[in-house]
Design a protein around this ligand. Structure first.
Ligand SMILES: C[S@@+](CC[C@H](N)C(=O)[O-])C[C@H]1O[C@@H](n2cnc3c(N)ncnc32)[C@H](O)[C@@H]1O
Length: 235
């Protein structure tokens, strides 16, 4: 019988089956449409991260905006915006001083790596400028002027230090609705981020799960499509 998989090890066949599962089973059809735009935007995201952002922005219920802390060049923003749009939800707000990602700055040995122009170009090219509200400032500065609008989905991916993550969670989690969710990126990559999340204790919603390298918390049950997605192995 002819093999479905290219010649090679069982590991190769296993990986290939996972890839098929990903394409055929896990991803909603609408995400595949969004992918055409997402794949042109530079960023540090795996496709499975983007599916999760999309599903949470689409399926978490209730009123409230989506807030992303750390916009960079708009890759996460776009996944959130396509999800919020497909779910008929309120706008996606995103904040970034556009001074640079911590790891990228440390690797390059420079003090600034601007991303603002690329961000706006990418959001316009993806056709989602009408549902994205962008702020060029730090998340603390935005918190000081925020008018109390509630948040359905909070995605924390800004400055990856202990103090910054603690401050983001302290400022923004109280605004997350009872049906909402909080996703913190790089929990598994930065010990400082993990420590800040773990030390935030009762400030975070009580149901907590790991989602690849991210940390997800919610008060209510997660939407069925998100639960299904999280059950499958993280490639
Ligand atoms: C890892 S990148 C964000 C990636 C983006 N969320 C995505 O999914 O493509 C981190 C971003 O946080 C921004 N940042 C740095 N300090 C910040 C602060 N105090 N508040 C908000 N964003 C900050 C950096 O400029 C950088 O663009």
């Amino acid at each position: 019988m002819r093999s479905w998989f290219p010649a090679g090890s069982r590991r190769c066949a296993f990986n290939t089956r996972l890839q098929w599962q990903r394409r055929l089973g896990w991803e909603p059809r609408e995400f595949r449409r969004a992918w055409d735009a997402l794949k042109t935007i530079e960023g540090w995201r795996y496709r499975q991260d983007l599916v999760l952002l999309y599903l949470l922005a689409r399926d978490l219920s209730g009123p409230g905006v989506t807030l992303e802390i750390g916009s960079y060049k708009g890759l996460g923003t776009a996944a959130l915006a396509f999800g919020a749009r497909d779910g008929g939800h309120e706008k996606v707000h995103t904040v970034d001083p556009h001074t640079g990602d911590r790891q990228a700055l440390e690797t390059a040995g420079v003090e600034r790596l601007p991303s603002q122009e690329d961000f706006h170009r990418n959001i316009a090219a993806a056709g989602i400028a009408d549902i994205v509200v962008a702020y060029t400032m730090t998340s603390d500065e935005l918190a000081a002027r925020w008018m109390g609008t509630t948040i359905r989905f909070l995605f924390v991916d800004g400055w990856h230090s202990y103090d910054a993550v603690r401050s983001d969670l302290r400022n923004w989690v109280p605004l997350v609705t009872a049906c909402g969710g909080v996703l913190v990126d790089d929990y598994a990559n930065y010990p400082e981020v993990a420590q800040a999340v773990d030390d935030s204790g009762d400030a975070l919603p009580p149901r907590r799960v790991r989602a690849g390298r991210m940390h997800l918390s919610s008060s209510g049950p997660l939407p069925p499509a998100v639960q299904r997605f999280l059950r499958l192995p993280w490639g």
